[in-house]
Design a protein around this ligand. Structure first.
Ligand code: SF4
Ligand code: SF4
Length: 377
């Protein structure tokens, strides 16, 4: 494993680190196996945004006895609601309650990085960066020794740049991947981070796994294109190694945090460390991403909570997979979901929250029609 300096924090973190969102809901033993494999491979930075108590307990158990070997990133503003669903909050009471819960369940006195969670819009930024708001709370927790450094996570250049230029944050968590190669302003944002010593932790390096799907026509955001469907042909398969090399080659990026749902997926990204230059070369695929078109779901569930209790990320993941190859396993996984796309009331709450511009209401309706049709066949 190679290590890089995380900006002005001075922390030496593994260039391949770990996002943990795809471990949510997995059995504790499975989570332990993935974390122990990561530790053995030298991964030492873990992003831990999920506030679900069972998940935190499983993670806390997996890190037992390892606290001095790892850097843990907690999120201020990620909570769960009374139904146990993900909830983004700016309530100081909830922020502090779930942060204290983090310390308890991870059996630690501090988070290495305390990330102001998931901010993409100006009014949210204004609420977040108040001295008597979550920023003020983060500064207090830092003064109390409960957080070593402050970070910020978001998906839009405009708010991320303001966070970086505020001088308050030491770490920026931002999506950096091939699919976002041409995002307007992204390169300038990364250069600003480098100039100011803000360490960049790159999320979604594999585009939620979508970049790894084989040569095919990718359905892109036709809702963003005046109602016309646009399809972009991916000419060649892309590997996790190429994805990581793109991400880790970008200015200012200190580490990538791919989300890995299994030891097998983790080994796929760890292969980066031993890959040859030829295996890392992404020049053949970059031309497919010369134009940025938002709107692809990366299955992150930042659009929850859903009043109909639909697991939106998992529903859209199964729908995308089924459109490629509708196997009995996908059929069974969809049937096993506690609620289905057909339960959607089209309230639109999820669509307002999606940071990736996914037209969720329409996509869920398409999924409902697809799986309904299947059940009639
Ligand atoms: S619709 Fe958006 S927020 Fe919801 S899972 Fe997909 S990318 Fe994430
Ligand atoms: S539009 Fe449908 S999927 Fe989205 S939050 Fe409302 S009920 Fe849930």
């Amino acid at each position: 494993m190679h290590y890089r300096t995380l900006g002005r924090t001075g922390l030496q973190i593994s260039e391949v680190s770990l996002g943990t969102e795809y471990l949510i809901g997995k059995p504790h033993a499975h989570i332990g196996e993935v974390i122990h494999t990561a530790l053995e491979a030298g991964i030492n930075y873990f992003d831990l945004f999920c506030a679900e108590p069972g998940f935190r307990d499983a993670m806390g158990a997996a890190f037992a006895g390892q606290r001095d070997r790892v850097y843990l990133a907690a999120h201020l503003g990620a909570a769960i609601n009374e139904d146990g669903q993900y909830l983004k909050t700016r309530s100081l009471k909830l922020c502090e309650t779930f942060f204290e819960d983090f310390l308890t369940r991870y059996a630690t006195d501090y988070a290495d990085v305390l990330i102001l969670h998931n901010c993409d819009r100006q009014n949210d930024f204004d609420a977040l960066f108040r001295e008597n708001g979550p920023l003020g709370l983060a500064l207090r927790l830092k003064a109390e020794g409960k957080a070593r450094f402050i970070g910020f996570s978001g998906h839009t250049v405009e708010t991320a740049l303001q966070a970086v230029e505020s001088g308050y944050i030491d770490v920026l968590m931002f999506p950096v991947n091939l699919a976002g190669n041409a995002v307007p302003g992204k390169k300038e944002l990364l250069k600003t981070c480098q100039a100011r010593g803000v360490g960049v932790v790159a999320m979604k390096p594999l585009g939620g796994g979508k970049l790894l799907q084989g040569p095919r026509t990718v359905r892109m955001a036709h809702y963003q294109m005046g109602g016309e469907a646009q399809q972009i042909k991916k000419n060649v398969p892309i590997t996790p190694v190429q994805c990581l090399h793109y991400t880790l080659s970008q200015v200012g990026v200190c580490a990538a945090i791919p989300g890995c749902a299994s030891v097998e997926e983790l080994r796929g990204v760890l292969a980066y460390e031993d890959a040859t230059d030829a295996e890392r070369d992404f020049s053949e695929v970059i031309a497919d991403f010369a134009q940025y078109v938002p709107g692809e779901c990366v299955y992150c569930n930042h659009c929850l909570p859903c009043p109909a209790h639909i697991d939106i990320g998992q529903t859209l993941r199964l729908f995308d997979m089924a459109q490629q190859d509708f196997t009995p396993a996908i059929h069974a996984a969809y049937d096993a979901l506690p609620t289905h796309a057909s339960d959607c009331t089209a309230c639109g709450a999820c669509e307002k929250r999606c940071p990736f511009g996914v037209p969720t209401v329409a996509r869920i309706a398409e999924a409902a029609a697809f799986f309904r049709q299947d059940s009639q066949d």
